[in-house]
Ligand binder design. Structure first.
Ligand code: AMP
Ligand code: MG
Length: 339
């Protein structure tokens, strides 16, 4: 049996997951999320919060798994992409654990990990994946050794669009209550606006910043907020589903998944399901417990990588703030724990 401890610290969550290659696979999932009192996330404040909680999150995960650090075969860490100060905390903790306890260190790309945890929880072997989160909007699928990008945002991410709009019009934070985003809650009584907001798909890429600006302008002009929320959501979701659909048609794959924080969204799931059905493809979203950032996804990916000999010298394990998903070789593909 191989056991890997994974550390996540790319954005708002400091997470530690422990995963093995035998049932029940997930041995521990411990996390703390940084929630700013108002406004967006300030990297320095997140880093401060992470360094305060890191020790207790690691201990809590080991306790939950009933293991000592000595029982772990390798330490995996998300080295990017993400915010520098936040990434540095996870990387420092991981390097220290690896060096002190003489454990191999496994570098993990956070975006790859969102896809791998979707494959892990859905059992889909080779899907087209729509990855939508606070800082990412990407359509990828495996081709010739790597996840290839079949479309992405040219500016802000889908989660950021929803969060920023909600914050600016005063319906958040909190952004998500009971699994429902503030924009969804507000859209419940809404209707599609005639003054259509801009739907911007350029080739395979999407752009959300013009949509955000236009929606905020309608709000200032006094349009009904529920109508703006409804229209904003319908347009933004349709844009990403369109790009995913074209990737599915192009690759001829038979499976589709949805992952990242926004994968918890019911309306987006419904659109994805309908689109997949039209193509005769199987649709399964990531298990919602692992849609947002967490340590388990880093451990799952770290385990797959470690079993194929992917490790890094702790003294060379530098963070990579702009580490793209298509720069990562996947020698383990399509293997994932559970198969
Ligand atoms: P991540 O960066 O992967 O942790 O995802 C965080 C993002 O997911 C934030 O932008 C959240 O607002 C968003 N999110 C979480 N739950 C939902 C939901 N039910 N609907 C839409 N967005 C969500
Ligand atoms: Mg994420």
């Amino acid at each position: 049996m191989t056991v890997v401890l994974g550390i996540e610290s790319t954005a708002h969550t400091f997470g530690v997951g422990i995963v093995s290659d035998e049932p029940p696979y997930v041995l521990a999932d411990s996390r703390r999320q940084y929630v700013p009192e108002k406004g967006g996330i300030l990297p320095r404040e997140v880093a401060h919060f992470f360094s305060r909680v890191a020790g207790e999150v690691v201990s809590e995960a080991l306790r939950e798994a009933g293991l000592k650090i000595g029982d772990v075969d390798a330490i995996a860490v998300a080295l990017g992409p993400g915010m520098g100060p936040a990434l540095r905390v996870g990387a420092t903790v991981a390097r220290a654990l690896a060096l002190h306890f003489k454990k191999p260190l496994v570098p993990v790309n956070h975006a790859v990990a969102h896809i791998e945890v979707a494959r892990f929880t859905t059992g889909l072997e080779d899907p087209v994946a729509l990855y939508v989160a606070g800082g990412n909007t990407t359509v990828v699928s495996y081709e010739a050794g790597r996840y290839r990008v079949f479309g992405e945002t040219e500016d802000i991410a889908l989660g950021n669009l929803l969060d920023t709009f909600a914050r600016e019009v005063g319906i958040a934070p909190p952004y998500v209550v009971g699994g429902m985003h503030a924009v969804d809650k507000c859209a419940e009584e809404g209707e599609f606006l005639e003054e259509a907001l801009p739907y911007i798909v350029k080739g395979q890429d999407v752009s959300f910043s013009g949509l955000l600006t236009a929606a905020l302008r309608l709000h200032r002009k006094g349009y009904r907020l529920s109508d703006i929320c409804y229209t904003l959501r319908e347009i933004a979701f349709s844009m990403v589903v369109e790009v995913t659909e074209r990737c599915l048609a192009h690759t001829g794959k038979r499976q589709v998944t949805l992952t990242g924080g926004v994968a918890a969204n019911r309306v987006l799931n419904r659109k994805m399901e309908i689109m997949a059905r039209l193509h005769g493809a199987v649709y399964k979203p990531v298990d919602v417990r692992y849609s947002g950032d967490n340590g388990v996804m880093i451990a799952v990916t770290g385990l797959a990588a470690f079993k194929r000999g992917v490790t890094i010298d702790p003294r060379r394990a530098f963070i990579r703030q702009r580490w793209r998903i298509d720069e990562v070789d996947l020698p383990w593909y399509p293997w994932i724990p559970g198969r």
